[in-house]
Design a protein around this ligand. Structure first.
Ligand SMILES: [Zn+2]
Ligand SMILES: [Zn+2]
Ligand SMILES: [Zn+2]
Length: 292
């Protein structure tokens, strides 16, 4: 048995790779080791010399506190090996392979594919990719969204300014006719979908979108099947035998929002559908937001 721990020395399954800066509570030096199972672990000199530790845990079943399994996968990254190098903080660097390599074209475009990650980051704050994801996101954030609708907001044009994280800020026009600014990431992610008027309406009792006004049954609004009581087969459209016309109606929280007669059945259905879209859809969207 060895009397000293040094680089490249083996203790049964454990191959000692390099000394680390820290020490145990009992001031025993720490060593980075590779196990025969190809996993990495940190073992104290005391544990190596005393024979308390002979593997990463794969044989003994007692896993080391600091342990990196050989098949460690982080997002797009797959652990390859210890690099034999340390970073500026003396942390050992591990080499990861990014799955973007599999897509040769993508890889060649930005010249990525591998990344070295310090031990501390592998354990606590691992990156997701070799850097290719950031490039992809940035590219996505450069897209032209002119005239695209995001909830109540329609994107008008780039302001020319960017957020701290580098995404474009766009001038948008809200359905309420107010102008506002929003970043592409906020628009695409749905974080911003009105000038702020939507939030206010949700909190204002008199608004048709209000959720603090009681008495509305969301299940009734969302239902697409016709109500059994009406005579046309379409909810909100009924036949008036007295005048021979079709009546399109829409009531919401005891307010009459539509009450109009049509000669043509199709026109009545259209009017009802349009009113539904105008009054119910935003409400259901808001409710859905709230539920989430
Ligand atoms: Zn092992
Ligand atoms: Zn990558
Ligand atoms: Zn608005």
């Amino acid at each position: 048995m060895h009397r000293h721990v040094a680089m490249d020395v083996e203790f049964e399954k454990l191959h000692v790779l390099m000394p680390l800066v820290g020490r145990t509570m009992r001031l025993s030096p720490l060593w980075l080791c590779r196990c025969l199972c190809r996993s990495y672990c940190v073992v104290s000199e005391f544990a190596l010399l005393s024979g308390k530790r002979r593997d990463c845990g794969c044989v003994s079943g007692r896993r080391t506190r600091i342990f990196i399994p050989y098949d460690k996968k982080i997002g797009r990254l797959m652990l390859l090996s210890f690099t034999g190098k340390v970073d500026n903080n003396d942390e050992p660097l591990f080499l990861f392979r990014c799955s973007c390599i599999d897509n040769n074209q993508e890889h060649q475009q930005h010249g990525f594919g591998h990344i070295e990650v310090p031990l501390g980051n592998v354990l606590r704050n691992p990156p997701y990719s070799c850097g290719c994801r950031r490039v992809e996101l940035a590219r996505k954030m450069e897209i032209d969204i002119a005239n695209r609708q995001f909830g109540r907001l329609r994107a008008i044009r780039k302001t020319g300014r960017k957020t701290k994280s580098g995404t474009n800020i766009w001038l948008c026009k809200c359905r309420c006719k107010k102008f506002t600014e929003a970043s592409v990431s906020d628009l695409l992610s749905g974080h911003k979908d009105s000038c702020g008027c939507k939030k206010q309406e949700v909190l204002t009792p008199d608004s048709p979108y209000s959720i603090i006004q009681g008495g509305t049954n969301l299940a009734v609004i969302s239902r697409n099947e016709p109500n059994a009581l009406n005579t046309s087969g379409v909810t909100g459209v009924s036949y008036l035998p007295s005048c021979g016309k079709w009546l399109a109606t829409l009531q919401f929280q005891n307010k009459i929002l539509l009450r109009k007669t049509f000669v043509d059945f199709g026109d009545a259905v259209d009017a009802r559908k349009k009113a539904e879209e105008r009054y119910f859809k935003p409400f259901i969207e808001i409710m859905a937001d709230k539920v989430e």
